[in-house]
Design a binder for this molecule. Structure first.
Ligand code: DOR
Ligand code: ZN
Length: 412
């Protein structure tokens, strides 16, 4: 077989081991992984000496504003370019679009828009009080989303025990926006009626970490996500950033933040995602600024800085942003660099720096709450299914992303 691309000499990072390798790619997949000393021929050979090679990141929590009325904030086409520039090669997108993505018709429209994505994608299907049949029919999607608190586009969150009981009994993977007391209520219902996994998005409070730790200790099938902004910013930053530091959940205290880090350390928190939520500057400057901040492009640089600072290991970064997202949602071919997997790869220069600036953000609104931060580590090149979609110093590509396929996870 002729290899399309040979990547020579990079240090492959996986949750288990870190070693220099030569990798052969063909037809969008990894077909060979050899010791770095071995030589391979291919149509193209690229030297990655001195660089780290990571599996493309999977961001489980992204808002692209299509289809419909919020598309001016950011689209699959625009936001996926920010993603690629940050080493994210797969995203799972949220249903709080206008119209809400909780019907076959809106899902079809979302699929149409998502075809313009540069990176691969999957959908969280939206649950409403009366769309149970449509949720059941969307069982081939990675997950269905429960909104139990108010946020952008959600003015009447689900609040009815009976509705939740029926949804929980479907046994499908569910994701949930549930803060504080609402999380306690949901975990109680899930303990009693749940037959499938529950993925709790953007955990932010110490009491939420504690509730999830206790649920896991009781044997409940739950997972927890933390966002980069809750891990790295606090209410002090919210005061400084004003509307640009406002999101749901809001930024919390340093004690809450410490609890998130403790949750990462002891495995209570399973993934790090962005809750990438583009809103225009003029909307943020208005009398009623919408909550949410972009994050796709800054996720990996910020985590690399945590590695440089000794707060995370590279293996943890790979586990939290690739291996576990793929395992939790059953994303076929994703989350690992292994023979047969999709060739989603990120080359990182650990000796170079990323200076995060508004001006270099590809997200449509063109701002970031992390403006001015310097991170040790830089994304050099990104391949999505073997195709180079980003190269440092150049514009990201356009289009070519496709929908993920799902193999339903059984509980191990
Ligand atoms: O801050 C947020 N913004 N939190 C959410 O839950 C939704 C998001 C958005 O869609 O803007
Ligand atoms: Zn969100």
């Amino acid at each position: 077989m002729t290899l399309d691309l040979v990547l020579r000499g990079g240090t492959l990072v996986s949750p288990q081991a870190t070693r220099p390798v030569t990798i052969g790619l063909a037809a969008g997949r990894v077909v060979l992984i050899l010791d770095a000393a071995e030589s391979l021929a291919g149509r193209e050979v690229r030297d990655l000496d001195g660089l780290l090679l990571l599996p493309g990141l999977i961001d489980c929590h992204v808002h692209c504003r299509e289809p419909g009325g919020h598309a001016h904030k950011g689209t699959y086409a625009s936001e996926s370019r920010a993603a690629a520039a940050g080493g994210v090669t797969t995203m799972l997108t949220m249903p709080n679009t206008v119209p809400f993505c909780g019907s076959a018709a809106v899902l079809a429209a979302a699929r149409e828009c998502a075809q313009r994505s540069l990176i691969d994608y999957g959908f969280h299907f939206g649950v409403t009080a009366d769309n149970l049949a449509e949720v059941a029919a969307a069982a081939d999607l990675p997950v269905a989303k429960l909104y139990l608190n108010e946020t952008t586009g959600i003015t009447s969150p689900l609040a009815d025990d009976a509705v939740l009981r029926r949804v929980l009994a479907l046994g499908l993977p569910l994701s949930a926006h549930a803060e504080g007391d609402t999380l306690d209520w949901l975990l109680g219902l899930h303990a009693r009626w749940g037959t499938g996994p529950l993925y709790v998005v953007h955990v932010a409070l110490a009491r939420e970490v504690a509730a999830l730790r206790a649920a896991k200790a009781r044997g409940q099938w739950v997972y927890a996500e933390a966002t980069t902004h809750h891990l790295l910013l606090t209410d002090q930053d919210a005061a400084r950033l004003g509307p640009y530091g406002d999101m749901r959940p809001t930024l919390k205290t340093a004690a809450d933040q410490a609890a998130l880090w403790a949750g990462l350390a002891d495995g209570t928190i399973d993934t790090i995602a962005t809750d990438h939520a583009p809103h225009l500057r003029e909307e943020k400057e208005s009398g009623s600024p919408p909550p949410g901040v972009p994050g796709l492009q800054t996720l990996l640089p910020l985590l690399l800085e945590q590695v440089a600072a000794g707060r995370l290991t590279l293996a943890q970064v790979v586990r939290l942003t690739a291996a576990q997202p793929a395992a939790i949602f059953g994303l076929c071919g994703k989350g690992a660099v292994a023979v047969g997997s999709d060739a989603d790869l990120v080359a990182v220069d650990p000796t170079a720096a990323t200076v995060i600036e508004h001006a270099t953000q590809y997200t449509w609104p063109g701002w970031t709450p992390f403006d001015g931060w310097t991170c040790r580590g830089r994304v050099e090149a990104v391949w999505r299914r073997g195709e180079l979609v980003y190269e440092a110093g150049q514009e990201p590509g356009t289009g070519g992303g496709r929908e993920v396929t799902v193999a339903r996870a059984h509980r191990s």
